[in-house]
Write a protein that binds this ligand. Structure first.
Ligand SMILES: Cc1ncc(COP(=O)(O)O)c(C=O)c1O
Length: 386
């Protein structure tokens, strides 16, 4: 087998002034965090998400950990989240000593099912952590109503959803707290990177403190206190200026990046329509009023063996098409630290049948090869199936 993949699943690209801004950051003489480019990123992300205050972090994982601290999660508390998500959504809860309560996702959007959420609420529930899978927003109005009814925090894991919209509003600005990823697999990237969006005024100052090792350093630099000291729990969640400068160049191009990915998404969607009409596979679904940022294109195949054979077929053509998310409720750590509420049938079916297709800024005309090879699987390979 070749070590070089002809068409990888993901490939990071320079999209604008990254090199120039990296040089400029070095020239400015501050490589630690919260300098010139951090300020520019924070302002831009707040504007893009319509969030109250955005603070860049070194990952979405870090932003979720900060969110868990801002919700004051602790032993005895429960947080409801989808089982079909990345480990970081749950780890943030477990790190505070609280219990993740896994629920199922909806079969159409693959996002957390509000009916299951409501059924999972107990006297110990403190928060709901929703995820926008593949950049499709979760049903935030239904979740906000449940949160309000039961006095819960609502947190948005918008790791994959920077640039997505829900009823005209941007993901990241839809809940009490939002968390975004700028990991190199995402639309807008800085290698590792993320941001927390704080949408409640009473949480803003504490978010700054938690991000700065539990100190009031940010207030000190604004001249609001005459010395800075340890005032709360916290950690080091801020990235340095090299990351921020790279990220700012990408943020400047966010609309262009999103438009390109949406065009690729549309191309895939049209190409697989006949197979869906024939009942051979299922394409992504979304609800009226929500719009993806084109982060990911996935297909749901008939069963696990079909999915695995598809991946093998594509791998033989050197095209990367990975599956996604071993459900957290069935993982060793999920069983140890969390519990499951209700049936998780959709999650189990989804993880065993889902496959993701290559999606990146420079994919361009190579998408035709991906589609051609995929269609070949469904015609030739399938036709020859014993
Ligand atoms: C839903 C979700 N949450 C959190 C993360 C973690 O993001 P990061 O790698 O920036 O920590 C990811 C990463 O892919 C994700 O998909």
């Amino acid at each position: 087998m070749s070590l070089v993949t002809l068409i990888p699943f993901n490939k990071p690209s320079l999209v604008g002034n990254e090199i120039e801004y990296l040089r400029d950051a070095i020239r400015r003489g501050q490589l630690s965090g919260d300098g010139y480019y951090t300020g520019k990123c924070n302002a831009r992300i707040a504007a893009e998400t319509n969030g109250l205050r955005a603070l860049i972090t070194h990952s979405c994982t870090a932003a979720l950990e900060m969110a868990a601290m801002l919700c004051d999660l602790g032993p005895g508390d429960e947080v409801i989240l989808p089982s079909f998500t990345f480990v970081s959504t749950a780890n943030a809860i477990v790190l505070r000593g609280a219990v993740p309560v896994f629920v199922d996702v909806l079969a159409n959007t693959l996002n957390i099912d509000p009916v299951r959420v409501e059924a999972a609420v107990t006297a110990r529930t403190k928060a709901i952590f929703a995820v926008h899978y593949a950049g499709f927003p979760a049903d935030m109005d239904a979740l906000a109503a449940i949160a309000e009814r039961h006095g819960l925090w609502l947190v948005e894991d918008a790791a994959q959803a920077f640039g997505s919209t829900y009823k005209g509003r941007r993901a990241g600005g839809l809940a009490d707290i939002g968390a975004i990823s700028f990991h190199e697999t995402k639309n807008v990237i800085s290698g590792e990177g993320g941001a927390i969006i704080v949408n409640r005024p009473e949480l803003v100052q504490r978010a700054e403190i938690i991000r700065e090792k539990g100190t009031n350093r940010s207030q000190f630099f604004r001249g609001e206190v005459d010395k800075y000291t340890w005032v709360d729990v916290g950690s080091s969640y801020l990235p340095g200026e090299l990351i921020a400068s790279y990220l700012f160049a990408q943020l400047e191009m966010a609309d262009e990046v999103t438009a390109r990915r949406k065009a690729l998404f549309a191309r895939y969607h049209a190409a697989f329509a006949p197979l869906e009409a024939a009942g051979r596979l299922r394409r992504p679904r979304w609800v009226a009023g929500s719009e993806t940022n084109g982060h990911m294109y996935y297909l749901l195949l008939r069963d696990q063996s079909d999915r695995d054979r598809f991946i093998d077929h594509m791998r033989a053509q050197e095209i990367g098409t990975p599956f996604h998310y071993v459900p957290l409720h069935s993982s060793p750590a999920g069983k140890r630290f969390g519990r499951t509420s209700g049936s998780v049938e959709v999650t189990e079916r989804t993880w065993s049948t889902l496959v993701r297709l290559p999606m990146f800024y420079e994919l361009g005309a190579q998408i035709d090869q991906v589609i051609e090879r995929a269609l070949e699987y469904f015609s030739r390979v399938e036709a020859n199936r014993p």
